[in-house]
Design a protein around this ligand. Structure first.
Ligand SMILES: [Zn+2]
Length: 805
């Protein structure tokens, strides 16, 4: 969420217009309506299954505490104490948006309190909220990055209040405050945080508007928060303000546009392509759905339909992740879905939040299909099984450079997971009139308020491990109503709505539905099986979703997946990881005809269904690839990176030319690499991936960033004394993206006794980009070789690959 990269696309011409149906932002829009569908609240739903229930318990008992602890250790909470006068010092974390992490964890903790008493947590929140209250200025302003030292605020904050809204995150922070305040109030009945939030929102309402400041926030979020505050307080100003911020985007009358990166290139109602930072985008889309529901402004819905098509037809990873590139943490062009994927955890959460709202708007199961895909795969990969380490990006291909971390300097993802995961029970069921929607298949109970009385639903299922779902239907008194049970797209061989991914033809056992044991025809309406009848206590339905292993192909336009195949079972995307597959996976070829089986592994990764079969492994032998039969084991994608670092690939080669044969061992690959202090990713030196250019981020690379202007070295220690007479180095240079450049000079030294002696060469030490720089030297017999570099004055350096002969 932090990087502000230069947008490399041309900014589209600003168009104005629209149908003029909505009221102007000057008027407070009356709350004309709401979503036609109401979610069954999380307090009325219990998960008691073996998949989600233990995970939510881990979030409650581990993740909330761990993320609050990290907030304390990193100064995020001390910032509030300093701003409130209970401590002294400077702003002591890194970013002006660090306040928001604390608000997000409070929101998650509130959902935990909503379903279970926890005196210690309740007390912790009370004390924390008191600190936040003291950090709030008398007129309602709340932003520790300025309040701590108003005369010298941090750079991204801007000199004065609200003067750098593009980057300051002043309003972004408040959005998370408002969401937390609504959740805390609803969970505990206490108005402590709510009072802070309304005091803040009242200041924002006095400051911004048609007659006031007309800057939208650089990072969307306050719009969602304002809608939640509006729902709790019924104050129409907050809804009007949410709509105002949306409508000021792309409106050059009020401010200098921020461009595509922040979806501020044209009015939101005119947008039809998902561009820029993907978390900002999907939070904005979610807010547009909220405001559309509450104001009846259909122009938002028309724009959302176009934007949803653009994402789901062209920009969605198979895992449900969005955001192809780290350069601007966002969307790439259509079909540009490299498996190095950014797919930020927050973006998966935002995608799920948006799609859930689209479902509320349209009662169409395809939105829950996308939600489910994002949640079971891209989002869940973002948190470890233990609940205390996290991924920021969630790639579909790793060469071993990825590892979950307990925290990040920019900690948006760890703090987003508790609030999202603990809110999931509130997404499982919904109701519209006398129609009850069953969205998610999770064993447990729901109590649904229907016009005719309360309905209790009990789900029994082992989903996602098998597709048998039994629902016991217990209305408080017999009567007619309708159950709408989702039939997931994957069960009908449509991995996603549209044509971005397709299942390879398989003989499919049909989906079946029974009511009180009797087979009934499935009447599908917008993806839901509709069962309208008189129900009485003791009735039951059985939905059978066959769960064979499915092979999936990507649209031909997705070049990254050309000649590749992915494997799914039920809602889970599978992946091949080095540890199960002889140390490598990029050299494997999975033939379309090779049979695949599945089996339960209770002791693996806390219990997973694995997929097994036979693949072909390609290996270089004497300069040519040879093929060997090789057993193949796939695990659910969410569970990767728990057993050390190595290769992982969701998309396996389907043809030999898409596999990368395992290279033969070389002097360099057999050597032990080390470096001067501060060198990072040593394995990048000799992992034998050929870079396509110096700026290739898919091959592993070694670097010294952020060191500059110093003399540094890397070293190979050989297993024995070996003769060496040549060294080739391929420099890493990320001009345009980072701070590594070709070094000023370099040379090779060898170990003689306890001395490092320069080799004798007449070749020049080359400084070419995008190529190997080779020096031949008088042969030496040695146990170690060093490559010494002098870093540029203002930059660091790195190495894609270092070969020796
Ligand atoms: Zn994030």
């Amino acid at each position: 969420m932090m990087r502000r990269a230069v947008c490399i696309w041309a900014v589209a011409a600003v168009t104005s217009g629209g149908l003029g149906i909505a009221q102007s932002p000057a008027q407070a829009p009356a709350r004309v309506s709401d979503y036609p569908t109401a979610a069954v609240p999380l307090t009325s739903v219990t998960f008691s299954d073996a998949f989600w229930a233990p995970r939510l318990e881990t979030v409650r008992t581990v993740t909330i505490g761990a993320t609050f602890k990290q907030s304390e250790l990193t100064g995020r909470i001390k910032n509030f104490e300093i701003a409130g006068g209970d401590a002294t010092g400077e702003f002591c974390s890194r970013y002006a948006f660090d306040d928001s992490d604390v608000y997000k964890i409070i929101e998650g903790a509130s959902y935990a309190l909503a379903v279970r008493r926890d005196q210690a947590l309740d007390g912790y929140l009370d004390a924390l909220i008191a600190k936040i209250g003291k950090a709030q200025e008398p007129d309602g302003y709340l932003y520790t990055a300025r309040t701590i030292a108003p005369s010298r605020p941090m750079a991204m904050a801007g000199k004065e209040r609200w003067t750098n809204l593009r980057d300051s995150h002043e309003l972004y922070n408040l959005g998370h405050l408002y969401e937390a305040a609504a959740a805390h109030y609803q969970a505990t009945g206490k108005k402590t945080l709510l009072a802070i939030a309304t005091k803040s929102a009242d200041l924002v309402a006095r400051t911004f508007g048609p007659a006031g400041l007309r800057y939208p926030p650089g990072h969307q979020e306050i719009e969602i928060g304002l809608v939640k505050l509006h729902r709790v307080t019924k104050d129409p100003r907050y809804l009007a303000l949410a709509k105002f911020f949306l409508d000021e985007r792309g409106n050059p009358a009020g401010h200098e546009l921020y461009g595509e990166y922040a979806q501020d290139h044209k009015p939101v109602v005119d947008q039809d392509e998902a561009v820029g930072h993907s978390v900002r985008a999907a939070y904005m889309y979610a807010a547009m759905a909220d405001v559309a529901a509450l104001t009846g402004d259909v122009r938002y819905v028309a724009a959302l339909d176009r934007l949803w098509d653009d994402v789901v037809l062209r920009k969605l990873y198979l895992t449900g992740g969005i955001g192809a590139t780290g350069a601007w943490e966002g969307f790439g062009p259509a079909y540009d879905l490299p498996n190095s994927a950014y797919a930020e955890t927050c973006a998966s959460i935002a995608n799920a939040l948006w799609n859930f709202r689209m479902f509320l708007l349209k009662q169409d199961a395809r939105y829950i299909d996308v939600y489910e895909r994002a949640v079971y795969n891209a989002m869940l990969s973002g948190i470890s099984l233990g609940g205390d380490t996290f991924f920021y990006p969630n790639p579909l291909l790793s060469l071993g450079q990825h590892e979950r971390s307990p925290w990040f300097a920019c900690a948006c993802c760890p703090s987003n997971l508790p609030r999202f995961m603990l809110s999931m029970p509130g997404h499982a069921y919904a109701v519209a009139g006398d129609r009850v929607f069953v969205n998610l298949f999770v064993q447990g109970e729901a109590r649904v308020a229907l016009p005719g009385g309360e309905l209790r639903l009990e789900q029994q299922t082992r989903y996602p491990w098998d597709g048998d779902i039994k629902i016991r239907v217990s209305p408080s008194k017999p009567g007619p109503f309708t159950l709408a049970v989702r039939v997931p797209g994957w069960s009908l061989d449509h991995p996603v709505p549209g044509t971005l991914y397709r299942s390879l033809a398989s003989e499919r056992e049909p989906v079946t539905l029974r009511v009180n044991g009797l087979l009934v025809p499935i009447r599908l309406e917008r993806g839901f099986a509709i069962i309208a009848r008189d129900w009485a206590a003791g009735d039951s339905i059985n939905l059978h979703l066959p769960m064979p292993v499915r092979r999936v192909l990507a649209h031909d336009a997705v070049k990254a997946d050309e000649g590749r195949v992915a494997v799914e079972r039920g809602p889970l995307v599978y992946t091949a990881e080095f540890v199960d597959n002889g140390g490598r996976v990029t050299n494997l070829v999975l033939d379309d005809q090779a049979p695949l089986a599945f089996g339960w592994q209770p002791d693996l990764l806390r219990g997973v269904m694995t997929v097994t079969g036979k693949a072909t492994a390609l290996k270089m032998r004497n300069g040519s690839p040879v093929a060997e039969a090789s057993p193949l084991t796939l695990i659910p994608y969410y569970a990767w990176a728990h057993r050390g670092s190595g290769e992982m690939a969701v998309w396996l080669a389907r043809r030999a030319d898409r596999a990368r044969p395992a290279p033969e061992p070389t002097l360099a690959s057999a050597a032990k690499a080390s470096s001067s202090e501060g060198g990072k990713s040593l394995q990048g030196l000799n992992e034998q991936y050929e870079p396509t250019d110096s700026n290739d981020h898919t091959a592993l690379y070694f670097h010294w960033w952020p060191k500059k202007a110093s003399t540094e070295w890397v070293q190979y220690d050989f297993p024995a004394v070996v003769p060496v007479s040549e060294a080739s180095v391929y420099w890493f240079d990320d001009t345009g993206q980072g701070g590594c450049r070709i070094p000023r000079t370099w040379r090779i030294l060898y170990r003689r006794g306890d001395q490092w002696v320069p080799v004798e060469t007449r070749d020049a030490y080359g400084l070419a980009k995008d190529a190997y720089n080779t020096v031949r030297f008088s042969p030496v017999s040695t146990t170690a070789l060093r490559l010494e570099v002098v870093l540029p004055e203002a930059f660091s350096s790195g190495i894609q690959e270092w070969k020796v002969k």
